[in-house]
Design a protein around this ligand. Structure first.
Ligand code: GLU
Length: 380
């Protein structure tokens, strides 16, 4: 089998016992399966939840805390316990692991985003398996990845993974809720995650984690858009991940015919960058950038909103006002306004109108990611 780069996401209920402790039997089952995957020569990254769910008992809570400080303190404690258990179990199987805790702002800063990529690449190159979680202890509600399903999708895009495996307690994606509808039919293979599937899917299925099928579908769509194949399903045993990789897992495979990976520069612009302003373009420019994949030229800009500098990321709106995409702008808002003013005041346009305001390599169409609705569930 071809050597692949694989991201595996494991949820809180698959690692803990519901009483605020790690379930070692469950954890070891995953560790063995991950070690076997590496044994076959694959590069593996683990996105592991479970920090809050593993830590609240020792913190003195009888049930999962509901306050933010309770959850953040439980996460601090539980993350340490989790990583300790992982280190011990992986060490016994000759696997070195490294903990990476990320927050959303680490991704919105382009230099830090690139650093995360470089660090993870270095670990993989040296045969170390990264174990990634959100840095729950310091992350704030507004500035979260949403949940670890989404985090695993974003990580799989960042590292240009071949496959994202989301292990859960449901054996795949159904056309309706299998726990309430006995006639629900499972999809073994899908090539798209449609809007209606997301709208009809349920929220968090257990009290241990924060996900649910809805967040898994959103994550799957994001990963697909980033050129990654996704598996969502349920499997146990030391060979479960190899079975999934061979195409025989009990779950749903989501795969596009033509999957192409996205450069980290485009991922950053399209999904993580901070928006500093808006520009509105005319019909000709809209056609050029949307249908013909061209750069945005100065002559097509009608109007500018907000104050931004050269190198900032702005939203690009079409003639009708609808959002077309976003891109890294080569001019400040002041110089663009000056250009537009000069153009309007001149009978003959002597100043060049064909300068590239956003180069096509730095222009990402909205339809590529649809991140807005993908990022609205935000909780610990
Ligand atoms: N990061 C959280 C934890 O480790 C879990 C988030 C999630 O369940 O998606 O407890």
């Amino acid at each position: 089998m071809r050597k692949q780069r694989i991201v595996v996401k494991i949820g809180s209920s698959s690692l803990t016992n519901g009483k605020g402790e790690i379930d070692l039997v469950k954890l070891v089952d995953h560790v063995e399966a991950l070690a076997n995957l590496r044994q076959e020569g694959h590069e593996v990254l683990l996105v592991s939840s479970g920090a809050v769910a593993a830590g609240f008992k020792e913190l003195g809570y009888p049930a999962r805390p509901v306050t933010l400080k309770g959850k953040q303190a439980a996460a601090a404690l539980g993350q340490s316990l989790l990583i300790k258990a992982y280190i011990e179990e992986f060490k016994a199987r000759d696997v070195s692991v490294a903990q990476i805790l990320l927050t959303r702002p680490d991704f919105s800063n382009q230099a830090q985003y690139k650093n995360a990529f470089d660090t993870i690449s270095e670990l993989l190159a040296r045969g170390v398996m990264p174990i990634i979680n959100e840095n729950d202890t310091v992350s704030t509600e507004e500035l979260k990845f949403g949940d670890n399903d989404m985090l695993s999708a974003l990580v799989s895009g960042l590292v240009h993974a071949d496959e994202l495996i989301i292990l859960t307690d449901v054996n795949g994606i159904y056309d309706s809720n299998p726990s309430t509808n006995p006639d629900a039919t499972k999809f073994n293979h899908l090539s798209e995650i449609e809007d209606h599937m997301i709208e009809n899917a349920g929220g968090a299925g257990s009290s241990a984690g924060t996900g649910g099928m809805r967040s898994k579908l959103l994550a799957a769509r994001t990963a697909l858009n980033l050129g990654v194949t996704v598996f969502i399903g349920k499997e146990i045993g030391s060979y479960k991940l190899l079975r999934i990789l061979s195409g025989h897992g009990d779950g749903t495979y989501v795969k596009r015919e033509k999957a192409s990976s996205v450069t980290i520069n485009r991922q950053w612009i399209g999904m993580h960058s901070h928006i500093s302003g808006q520009i509105y373009v005319d019909e000709g420019a809209e056609r050029a950038i949307v249908s013909n994949g061209k750069s945005l030229l100065h002559g097509g800009i009608e109007r500018v909103e907000g104050t931004f500098k050269e190198g900032d990321v702005v939203e690009v709106h079409g003639a009708e006002g609808d959002l077309l995409g976003r891109g890294k702008i080569a001019y400040s808002s002041a110089s663009l306004e000056h250009m537009i003013g000069t153009r309007r005041n001149e009978w003959r346009m002597e100043s060049p109108t064909f300068e590239e305001v956003i180069h096509r390599n730095h222009l990402v169409m909205e339809v590529a990611y649809r991140t807005k609705s993908d990022r609205n569930s935000s909780q610990l």
